[in-house]
Design a protein around this ligand. Structure first.
Ligand code: 3PG
Ligand code: MG
Length: 423
């Protein structure tokens, strides 16, 4: 059995509350001599986009310190990322080309080369042409099926392009994919500046959180989070379900939700989550009033509606004012708040009120020294940026799924790979 297979088995045994990786074994880029070296930097430029434009640049700006440090140190900086879920196929809407332009702009006009493939001749030619101090972004890793399969051959093709590997993609750490897992065993592997900051902040705040601790789980992606929710019931004192998640929970309880976002096939899981919550003494909190409308668009005509009264042709688009007031009161009783996912369709006016008001209140409590508030997830961070209170939260993670898995106490494969540190 090869090394990677062995370590995967060791990790599987370690899932869900096993011993965590020894973070002190992780090598950092501090003081690393990169002069003239080809440095492969894995980042997470899986940023929100609308009509080809980046709508939130947080994931870009947060890795610039690493990219700049390496470029200033005379490295040939070769940046790797995924975007979306193209499943091994090229598709124009998941090209990283517009991101390269954005990175260049945010770096103050530095040229960022864009290379149209991440492996093969195209990639090799592009990398060979790089001069020390220059930066290149390679095309979407997920255009190759080997990436998501953690394929050793694909990782080897990537590794051939560099001398050193730096992982600054904390938000992709929950994926055992070739560019964050297999590759870390093929090249000398280091954690970037953001990766280290994320690990330290989350470890400090969440390893033994001050209690009571409340989690808010919102957003639309019910299917991807339901397993996480099941595990969270064992670690949280209160679990607030909002957004699309809440309508599926209400639906499972036989409540009429009109044409709200819902995942009927998740009903058995919802029941399981409710049962687990009861067993662990975790209170599930669901909103009891909503802002509803006939359609999801900016400026849509809307009204407030109590739970149980939503007609067939309307849908839940935000938490209602009574539920918001109720939650604000509950915040005051908490010592720690962890937040993933907005509580309404905040991207469309006027459906951001619930999210924005609750964020302001959490920020106020943090500033008063009464609450530790940690937020994560692309949409959550985008909402915090709109309200302008991200800086007041105790910590804002760039990660969504990885943040939730950390919260559950799971070992993140890419962090484990950095700690194993064997190449
Ligand atoms: C994220 O946005 O959470 C990461 O970039 C991972 O993306 P994925 O959920 O498509 O693997
Ligand atoms: Mg995701």
């Amino acid at each position: 059995m090869n090394d990677i297979a062995t370590s995967n088995i060791a990790r599987a045994a370690n899932m869900n509350g096993g011993s965590k990786p020894d973070f002190s074994r992780i090598r950092t880029v501090d003081g690393l001599d990169v002069k003239g070296k080809r440095v492969l930097v894995r980042v997470d430029f899986n940023v929100p986009m609308q009509d080809g434009e980046v709508t939130d640049t947080t994931r870009i700006t947060r890795v610039l310190p690493t990219i700049k440090q390496l470029a200033n140190g005379g490295a040939k900086v070769i940046v790797l990322s995924h975007l979306g879920r193209p499943k091994g196929q090229r598709s124009p809407e998941t090209s990283l080309a517009p991101i390269a332009a954005k990175v260049a702009e945010l770096m103050g006009g530095t040229k960022v080369h864009f290379i149209e493939d991440c492996v093969g001749d195209e990639a090799r030619r592009g990398v060979d042409a790089l001069k020390p101090g220059e930066v290149a972004l390679l095309e979407n890793l997920r255009y190759h099926a080997g990436e998501e399969k953690n394929d050793f051959g694909f990782a080897k093709q990537l590794a051939e392009l560099g001398d050193i590997y730096v992982d600054d993609a904390f938000s992709s750490s929950h994926r055992a994919h070739a560019s964050v897992d297999a590759i870390a065993h093929l090249l000398p592997a280091y954690a970037g500046v953001l990766m280290m900051a994320e690990i330290r902040a989350l470890d400090r705040a969440l390893e033994h959180p001050a209690r009571p601790v409340m989690a808010i789980a919102g957003g639309a992606k019910v299917s991807t989070k339901i397993q996480v929710l099941t595990n969270l019931t064992a670690r949280m004192d209160k679990l607030v379900l909002a957004g699309g998640m809440a309508s599926t929970f209400l639906y499972a309880q036989g409540v009429e939700i009109g044409k709200s976002l819902c995942q009927p096939d998740a009903v058995p899981v919802v029941k399981e989550i409710m049962a687990r919550a009861k067993q662990h003494g975790c209170e599930i909190v669901l909103p009891h009033d909503f802002v509803v409308a006939k359609e999801l668009k900016a400026g849509a005509e809307c009204r407030v509606c109590d739970v149980g009264n939503i007609p067939q042709d309307e849908m839940i688009l935000d938490m209602g004012p009574k539920s918001v007031a109720d939650l604000k009161r509950r915040f005051a009783e908490m010592k720690t708040l962890v937040w993933n996912g907005p509580v309404g369709a905040f991207e469309f006016e006027p459906f951001g009120n619930g999210t924005f008001e609750l964020m302001r209140e959490a920020a106020r409590l943090v500033k008063d020294g009464k609450l530790v508030a940690i937020a994560g997830g692309g949409d959550t961070v985008a909402a915090l940026n709109i309200v302008g209170v991200g800086g007041d939260f105790t910590y804002v993670s760039t990660a969504g799924g990885a943040f939730l898995e950390w919260l559950e106490g799971k070992t993140l494969p890419a962090v484990a790979a950095l700690a194993e540190n064997r190449a």
